[in-house]
Design a protein around this ligand. Structure first.
Ligand code: DGJ
Length: 694
């Protein structure tokens, strides 16, 4: 038995089951004999059941009698070896975990399971075909057990411009299944769920999180079995015949990451810790950027862009990002993808004059690319139609007039690498916004089988190769907004583009959901135009700034069009973020449960506490007009109970300070229990509170 101890979490593993079994995952247990858990939880055989109770191992086995969904499915020719049963070969203690090797001498398969408990619980399984014939792998889905009292699920629904919408549901019995075939992490099916004890909230109830760190197709399966046991399985979704293991070949399933905490807020810190520790080149402080997309779209014009850059620099912007439209024949979204050469028509002297202008203003220069794609109307496609990820004989389904490029094809890979490498070598670029704007459909690789698995690996390989060749460049993961946000891509990206929606009201929910996986400094958040381009809503600058400042701040707005007072307010908003960004980007994200009164939440609050709990920044947001005249008092659990805090309202640009209690001093205990009465606010506005321990 192996007893792993993490941050406020213990995990106990029984390796004797062959495929290891996590027999405990939850609150710290202290000094115990781990085998007493197995004894205490041993299940008696029941009438009407099999004569043995199959373990709920990390890859539960149908062959051992497991009646739920097996963790490994596959077969050899003729359907043989479809139901393997493994025995323990060796278990080796690692610094933070265990490596269990298990074999099935009959099916001639071998498993390597590495389970560690660091920032998060990590389960990584590798299957090797040790037989003399091909093994057709259908699924290798690591499985995490949940206790009987985890009876509620929190999952995330989404679509383009509306990512990460939390959905709570009771989980009495049966299966919750979420399947993603988009070939990217997807807007629609976040590979993330939380299960918790009944009525769990941000600061109460036990909560377990499960995330699949993978940017391709996936399935999440949560099952409450008729025998009373519960589990979540997370793994790559493979199309029929997509993956064959030839003799000697291995497949490593995407890593499954688990987190545990008392309340959703502390539970999500496990993922934040993990994501932060993966960051190796992220600059600090995070430079405020201006992105040209909603400012100019495809209308690139040197003088206009230089003007935009000069105005941005004067506002306090530190990085200028040139979005789509600078290359090939890309004057709109019908052509040019794949031709990563500067358009001579738009930039007769190349990009260097613009870059020098930007650098001369003291800003970094960033550039947009979409390396995995090709427009049929492009030089690349005309030269290499065979490099598209399509299926011979069928008319391909286009999306945004484009096709996916088969990066698992070495010729295509080297071509794209060569072009992007040259772009970064020939220009003074500090930042790349890497976009990916369509889902896979009927995309076959060179063997004729589905190509999403190898494409996902090739995407990682291409990004890794470019990062290795350009070791100081930062990368952003964008996919029509938040279509590729996961903790595997974030091992190779310094930021995600959270959503194409810059509407501050929509963003309140999107960012709240995203904060259940990623910390603020990785979450791209922009102050967009006064009238949102994706919803048509009009919001004050104060509300847009209050919303965007809780991420990695950017501006995506034609700042050339602003009047003097609006410009001054925008500069104020940027300075406000800069004043607090050390706290925002290093502290613990906190969310507070809204008071529901049987209705949709009219307001909500969130913030960041410094790690030492000496400082905090909290936003209260009026989402809609509620039934009660005043919002409920804001209670702030999780501060230092013994400390006294001074609480000040921070004025937002262009808005009046309306909180009558600004300057009040209260203890952490008081803030947790009776809280602070807030003023009446207009819908779609908010206020910012700064807490400092005295
Ligand atoms: C989708 C992205 O999410 C946008 O921010 C922008 O970069 C466009 N693509 C450009 O085509």
């Amino acid at each position: 038995m192996f007893h792993l101890r993490g941050v406020d979490t213990d995990v106990v593993i029984d390796e004797s089951t062959g495929v290891p079994t996590i027999v405990y995952w939850g609150a710290p247990l202290g000094d115990i004999d781990p085998s007493s858990i197995v004894q205490a939880l041993a299940r008696p055989v029941q009438p009407g059941s099999l004569d043995t109770v199959a373990p709920l191992s990390v890859l539960p086995e149908h062959g051992a009698g497991f009646q739920g969904r097996p963790g490994l499915t596959g077969s050899r020719q003729g359907g043989r070896h479809w139901s393997p049963r493994f025995e323990l070969a060796r278990a080796t203690q690692l610094v933070t975990g265990v490596h269990v090797e298990a074999i099935d001498p009959i099916a001639q398969l071998r498993l390597d399971c590495v389970i560690t408990l660091g920032d998060a619980l990590s389960v990584r399984c590798t299957l090797t075909n040790e037989g003399a014939t091909r093994y057709l792998l259908h699924a290798l889905h690591p499985t995490l057990p949940l206790p009987a009292h985890a009876v509620e699920l929190l999952t995330f629904d989404g679509r383009w411009t509306r990512e990460f919408h939390p959905v709570r549901r009771e989980w009495g019995s049966g299966v919750f299944l979420s399947e993603n075939r988009a070939g990217r992490t997807s807007h629609e099916h976040m590979p993330l769920l939380y299960a918790g004890s009944g009525g769990f909230g941000e600061w109460h109830g036990e909560v377990w999180g499960v995330h699949l760190a993978w940017s391709g197709n996936h399935a999440l399966h949560a099952e409450a079995m008729p025998d009373g046991r519960r589990y979540v399985q997370a793994g790559e979704l493979l199309h029929p015949g997509e993956l064959c293991l030839e003799p000697g070949q291995s497949y490593t399933a995407p890593t499954v990451l688990g987190t545990y905490g008392c309340g959703l807020t502390p539970a999500s810190w496990g993922y934040h810790r993990y994501a932060r520790h993966q960051q190796t080149r992220q600059q600090s402080p995070r430079p405020v950027l201006l992105n040209t997309w909603e400012a100019v779209y495809f209308h690139h014009d040197m003088d206009r862009l230089k003007g935009l850059a000069s105005t941005a620099a004067a506002l306090g912007v530190e990085r200028f990002v040139l979005d789509d439209g600078w290359f090939g024949s890309r004057r709109d979204d019908t052509s040019g993808l794949g031709d990563w050469e500067v358009s001579a028509a738009v930039y007769p002297d190349g990009l260097t004059p613009l870059i020098e202008h930007v650098r001369g203003l003291g800003m970094e220069f960033g550039i947009w690319v979409e390396p995995e794609m090709v427009n049929p109307d492009s030089d690349l496609y005309r030269a290499h139609p065979e490099w598209a990820l399509t299926t011979d004989g069928y008319e391909p389904v286009l999306a945004r007039n484009q096709l996916v490029l088969d990066l698992a094809n070495e010729g295509a890979f080297q071509h794209v690498f060569g072009q992007l490498d040259a772009l970064l070598r020939d220009h003074d670029v500090q930042y790349v916004k890497w976009d990916m704007n369509r889902a896979h459909t009927q995309g076959s690789g060179s063997r004729g089988a589905a190509g999403s698995h190898f494409q996902t690996l090739a995407f990682y390989r291409l990004l890794d190769a470019l990062r290795a060749a350009h070791s100081t460049v930062e990368f952003e993961s964008c996919s029509s907004g938040g279509g590729r946000i996961d903790l595997e891509v974030l091992r190779r990206a310094e930021r995600v583009w959270t959503s194409d929606c810059n509407d501050a009201l929509e963003r309140q929910t999107i960012q709240r959901g995203a904060s259940m996986l990623i910390p603020p400094e990785l979450m791209g958040a922009h102050i967009g135009p006064t009238r949102s381009h994706t919803t048509g809503r009009v919001h004050s600058l104060a509300f847009r700034a209050l919303t965007a400042m809780f991420g990695h701040l950017g501006v995506e707005w034609n700042v050339l069009d602003l009047g003097d007072s609006e410009r001054a307010q925008l500069a104020e908003a940027i300075a406000l973020h800069q004043r607090f960004r050390d706290l925002l980007h290093s502290g613990d994200t906190v969310r507070f449960d809204p008071v529901l009164n049987g209705q949709e939440a009219a307001s909500h609050a969130h913030g960041v506490y410094s790690r030492d709990r000496r400082e905090a920044l909290v936003a209260h947001v009026q989402l809609a007009s509620g039934m009660s005249l005043l919002p409920p008092p804001l209670r702030l659990p999780g501060l230092d109970p013994a400390a006294s805090y001074r609480i000040d309202q921070v004025p937002l640009p262009g808005a009046q300070a309306v909180w009558q209690h600004s300057g009040i001093e209260l203890t952490g205990t008081q803030l947790a229990h009776h809280g602070l009465q807030l003023p009446r606010l207009h819908p779609e506005s908010g206020l910012l509170l700064h807490l400092t321990a005295i």
